[in-house]
Write a protein that binds this ligand. Structure first.
Ligand SMILES: [Zn+2]
Length: 133
């Protein structure tokens, strides 16, 4: 998944996006912040340059759980759309399962493995990292 040309969107279709270009990294995040916001034991991202993607629709809202983080979501249906961190200016992390064809997602690693819930069992052979990036 070094390059991507794809479309995606939220559950209700009010927020759509197109993305094209280099995938900087792709993998699963186990951090508590992602777990809480997704209400799931982990979530899956791919990271691209913000300039290589575009959102369409006026339903995109943002939420900042801390001063360095911005998360985007659809105000109509609540689907999470992106994560951005101030330390990685110009990059945007998109949720893999918002892709119209999420089967094309190729995870490379697990991030924040030290925060993984004990009852989630993973046996995919991917690297397990304790620090994002
Ligand atoms: Zn929506």
């Amino acid at each position: 998944m070094n390059q991507i040309i794809a479309d995606g969107g939220c559950m209700c279709g009010s927020v759509r996006y197109s993305v094209k270009g280099e995938v900087l990294w792709a993998g699963h995040c186990h951090c508590e912040s992602c777990r809480r916001q997704t209400s799931s034991p982990m979530t899956s991202f791919f990271c691209v340059y913000e300039k290589n993607m575009m959102f369409v629709g006026d339903a995109l809202q943002t939420y900042s759980p801390s001063k360095d983080v911005e998360r985007g979501f659809c105000k109509n249906c609540g689907t999470l759309m992106y994560y951005m961190h101030a330390s990685r200016a110009g990059e945007i992390d998109l949720y893999a399962v918002t892709l119209d064809n999420p089967e094309n997602f190729k995870p490379e690693s697990h991030y924040h493995w030290d925060e993984k819930l004990s009852w989630l069992h993973v046996n995919d052979g991917l690297p397990k990292e304790n620090q994002e990036e």
